[in-house]
Design a protein around this ligand. Sequence first.
Ligand SMILES: *[C@@H]1O[C@H](CO)[C@@H](O)[C@H](O)[C@H]1NC(C)=O
Ligand SMILES: *[C@@H]1O[C@H](CO)[C@@H](O)[C@H](O)[C@H]1NC(C)=O
Ligand SMILES: *[C@@H]1O[C@H](CO)[C@@H](O)[C@H](O)[C@H]1NC(C)=O
Ligand SMILES: *[C@@H]1O[C@H](CO)[C@@H](O)[C@H](O)[C@H]1NC(C)=O
Ligand SMILES: *[C@@H]1O[C@H](CO)[C@@H](O)[C@H](O)[C@H]1NC(C)=O
Length: 515
Amino acid sequence: MYETLLSLLLCTSASGVLVDRSLEAGARGRDVVDTVLYRIRRSRVFPDDDDFIRRVAYTENMFGEDPWTYRPGYAGGLWNTDRFNMSQYDRPYRSISPKLRNIHEAIKKTMGIDWMQVTEADLLKPLYSGLTAWIITELFRRQFPRPSNVVGQGEWWHDLYSARRPVYGDFQNRTLELLIEDMRPFGGKIDLMLVVDGSCRVGMEAYASSLDSLARLVGVFDLREANVGLVVYSNRVTDKIPLTNDLTMLALQESIRSTDYPNNTANIYAGIMGAINEFQTLPNARKESGAPKLMVIFTDGNHTAGPDPGLAAEKAARAGIVTCAFGIGDAIDDGQLLRIANNDADFKFKTESHYTLREQIVRVAQRAKTMPQTLKMGSDTSVTMKDGDAKRYFLLEVPEEGATITLINAKGETRGYWTFTPEPPSSALYEGVLTEGETFISPPRLGKYWRRRRTNLTMPPKNMLLTLQGIEADNRVTLWIDKGDVIGCGFAAAKFDVTSLLLSATFVITTVLLK
Ligand SMILES: *[C@@H]1O[C@H](CO)[C@@H](O)[C@H](O)[C@H]1NC(C)=O
Ligand SMILES: *[C@@H]1O[C@H](CO)[C@@H](O)[C@H](O)[C@H]1NC(C)=O
Ligand SMILES: *[C@@H]1O[C@H](CO)[C@@H](O)[C@H](O)[C@H]1NC(C)=O
Ligand SMILES: *[C@@H]1O[C@H](CO)[C@@H](O)[C@H](O)[C@H]1NC(C)=O
Ligand SMILES: *[C@@H]1O[C@H](CO)[C@@H](O)[C@H](O)[C@H]1NC(C)=O
């Protein structure tokens, strides 16, 4: 009886309950680090870190894969954070500066964590270690500004962050490994337009240097799955590579490097509108394929000609295009940049100069690789993943009657993680796991879980995010999506719920009576 009860309780909690390893003491690995970073960034408690905090996690502990990470008697966690007490009191005699107090309040408001109640032992949980790292670096950054280039970040890490006899060059070498990995080929579907600033403030040499960075960026994509085009703008669009083209990768990179420098005013509006037109030339089948549409606009935010670029960005958003603003220069208009990114700070990046663009362009690659493809009801989607650890991201709007996903491994083996949270699912964060065969997914009801996550929902979320991940190298998988419960397991699950509920009630009552 007890065993049945136990197994029933376990079964009901196996689906639809969030697994969140960022709160699990001793958790490690890339997915855990990504989940922590995503959550802290999305809280907007801190300004953008130019990828510094992630690079630190890799330099200090190889994302926790270093066996020393959780050594006995040490509680720095994934980020090796030694100055925990400074994250609570940054002034002598246990007092707190107004700036730190604001950070504490923002953490409480957005993540529900009362930082003054946190103890050093909590840093074994990745989210807490990450928050400590972020707080400490933010406090230091007040006095010591941190450059966005790798060498500058490395020196900053050496002088201010690392407490354990750091070696000059460690950070640079590790970051270089990360950069190479981020620029590894990606075989997913995407339509990408690059909008390049050719105004006179850029300068000929810097212009050439940024084209070189863009040529490297496009090398990440597989042109059989991705469409990549480009417009150059100055007082108007002066040069373009159409979004639908038959260029080989080499030819595409060559034509990017050889576009002319127009050297005139900066009409960002014209550039964005030119790129929107390119998306309209896509064949209908492609438009309806659910492939993500991304436009990356390079600028310093200062438009010196033409209408307000923010209006063009809104038009792009209405056409289903995600706009990403990439600020270059030492006098960036941040507000304008945010408007060009349609107020989504996750799609706003910046770097000091066209020469350091090469190091920060990886952030566009990271972002492009994780944009979800929309799955369509009643249709199938084939996915090929060459690398064993490759991932693909999908979005499915689940109707009220639920959806059945059929996963067929044509080659190799893949696994999917899904959630209804806005955070991208992975092995570190999921509500359910998709394996070969059929899985019924019903939309969540509004309940305790969503209140606890401090979402402001009045309606239950409908959008399910799904991350597919290859288990072996070289995988081919098909996803088929049906409306409703095709296999009848939802009904079983509902019945099951009632039964287990009754059993739990009996169990509780019995326990109470026995006491
Ligand atoms: C912070 O911790 C260090 C070492 O554990 C200790 O020496 C120091 O006194 C602490 N500082 C405060 C303000 O508590
Ligand atoms: C960084 O890499 C360079 C070149 O591979 C090597 O010479 C140097 O010793 C490395 N530095 C550190 C601190 O590992
Ligand atoms: C760009 O225009 C400025 C004047 O507006 C001129 O001084 C400069 O030489 C031009 N640069 C190139 C590369 O044509
Ligand atoms: C924008 O550019 C113009 C012309 O180069 C310059 O006069 C102005 O100061 C710039 N504005 C900002 C906010 O940088
Ligand atoms: C929640 O909704 C209220 C009213 O719609 C709004 O004022 C508030 O800013 C929202 N909070 C968050 C965290 O979105």
